[in-house]
Design a protein around this ligand. Structure first.
Ligand SMILES: N[C@@H](CCC(=O)N[C@@H](CS)C(=O)NCC(=O)O)C(=O)O
Length: 207
């Protein structure tokens, strides 16, 4: 059974947990946290020198880091990757957007506001910059979702999983989603998709 090293309250780690739940794929959950320092311990760094979760370890010892790479690998050949080449390219577009234009603002602002350990970094300048960047990302999403129900077009893909992970808790970072009605409706569609589990879901018996 594959092992997923993940932090329970991390959106990046929620992405593979949500996909694996939807796929009915069993996995062992190994709790690792940037807050308690376990991402910086030598045994974890030996597996991922970048010191970040999520990290997937297969039975044969092969390792895979980066949440969106894990999604792409696990979703191969499933309904979560469009078969149409253009729609597949759109899915990649939104996966890259999520990492460069969304997560660094929306996830980071939430972390600055939620974790007491990060409070020192929460300067007025940083809070203002992440608010501006996050609202810009939400507006880009709103514009797309006024045209199509999902990011890659007509059907749900891993781009929706990747963008759902931190958008559904954006209010924790002080973002007002009522200003983005199409995003709010899309959040409802994602949560209604078959096999959905909440962010704190873990396989039975895991902790
Ligand atoms: N681009 C990476 C980002 C992963 C990431 O930033 N993970 C955080 C938790 S959300 C982490 O492990 N931080 C540990 C640290 O920086 O010490 C991905 O998408 O997987």
């Amino acid at each position: 059974m594959p092992k997923l090293y993940s932090q329970i309250d991390s959106g990046n780690c929620y992405k593979p947990r949500l996909l694996m739940a939807k796929l009915g794929m069993p996995f062992e959950h190994v709790a690792i946290s940037s807050v308690d320092g376990s991402t910086r311990k030598p045994d974890f760094l030996a597996r991922n020198p970048n010191g970040k979760v999520p990290l997937l370890e297969f039975d044969d010892g092969r390792l895979l880091a980066e949440s969106n790479a894990i999604l792409l690998h696990l979703a191969e050949g499933t309904r979560f990757i469009p078969s149409d080449p253009y729609e597949r390219a759109l899915m990649y577009q939104w996966l890259f957007f999520e990492q460069y234009s969304h997560e660094p603002y929306i996830a980071v602002r939430r972390a600055l506001m939620v974790y007491p350990e990060r409070a020192r970094e929460a300067t007025p300048e940083r809070l203002a910059a992440t608010l501006e960047g996050g609202n810009k990302a939400l507006l880009v999403m709103e514009t797309q979702l006024q045209k199509t129900p999902y990011f890659a077009g007509g059907s749900f893909s891993i781009a929706d999983i990747a963008l759902y992970a931190y958008t559904h808790t954006a209010n924790h970072g002080g973002f007002d989603l009522s200003a983005y009605p199409s995003v709010a409706k899309w959040l409802g569609r994602v949560a209604a998709d078959e096999g959905h589990v909440p962010v704190d879901w873990l396989p039975e018996g895991a902790q």
